[in-house]
Design a binder for this molecule. Structure first.
Ligand code: PEP
Length: 265
């Protein structure tokens, strides 16, 4: 999937919220309130809600994604979900979210192997990277993100990852779920760093076509600051993605950018 222009993507990460009995209604409401040309919409509910969300948005142009996937294709891994199990349930997958790095001990090496499983199973990955507050305060943010990308992507085939449509989400850890967001200019500078790192990893021209999202306390009130930056192509939204009013506002703003960038009539 080599897209001629970078698409605009708004992905909602529902984290550990909703149940199979209420997820479908919420997804249906969000889908109906966010019908805008030129914006790729994705909902990532908990595993157990994937089927309900998929059914609810079957007639809508809304992607359904998992929030993680195991790094092996099968085996004795009690409680885990492998990529082949997602067939028919999800077409996207979040990989390397900071909450998984923090709580499940996910390393860059494991995250790279999850990307391999995504590629094998035609799942479109959203790879999350981002620094801790201490790193930013010490002026090491770019170095940390560069290291995360190298750890997960070195020796992985850029053509295969581009073909499956890799998206990178820059999510400064200090901004996730805190109500504190990065500045648009800092997110934009990091998007440039990300594309420079990928270029250095052999992505060449493909690096310029890689969508980079911002994530970290995005709301309908602050999303404009990010879409004002030409390097930013969308948002990975956590808390606000459970609120239809918020998603309506975020996707409406995304659609303005899609039109301005010639992605929608
Ligand atoms: C996230 O879960 O990826 C996220 C950015 O969360 P929040 O928007 O709540 O900060």
């Amino acid at each position: 999937m080599i897209e001629p222009m970078r698409p605009i993507v708004v992905a909602g990460n529902w984290k550990m919220h909703t149940t199979p009995s209420d997820a479908g209604d919420l997804a249906r409401t969000i889908a109906a309130r966010t019908r805008e040309a030129g914006v790729i919409r994705v909902i990532c509910p908990p595993f157990v809600c994937l089927a309900a969300v998929g059914d609810a948005v079957r007639d809508e142009d809304v992607g359904v994604g998992a929030q993680t996937v195991h790094h092996e294709a099968h085996g004795a891994f009690t409680g885990e979900i492998a990529a082949p199990m997602l067939r028919g349930l999800a077409t996207w997958v979040i990989v390397g979210h900071s909450e998984r790095r923090r709580d499940a001990g996910e390393t860059d090496d494991l995250i790279g192997r999850k990307l391999d499983r995504a590629v094998e199973n035609d799942l479109r990955p959203i790879l999350c990277v981002g620094e801790q507050l201490a790193d930013r305060d010490a002026g090491r943010a770019a170095e940390v993100v560069d290291g995360q990308l190298r750890g997960a992507l070195t020796e992985r085939d850029p053509a295969a990852l581009a073909a499956v449509g890799l998206v990178i989400a820059y999510e400064p850890v200090w901004a996730i779920g805190t109500g504190r967001n990065a500045r648009g200019v800092d997110a934009s500078a990091m998007a440039d760093t990300i594309r420079t790192t990928l270029d250095g990893l052999g992505w060449g021209e493909r690096a310029t076509r890689l969508p980079v999202l911002y994530g970290g306390s995005v709301t309908s009130a602050n999303i404009g600051e990010f879409f004002d930056e030409p390097s930013i192509d969308g948002a990975l939204v956590g808390g606000a993605s459970l609120k239809p009013d918020e998603m309506a506002g975020i996707v409406a703003r995304a659609a303005l950018t899609a039109r301005a960038r010639g992605l929608a009539a």
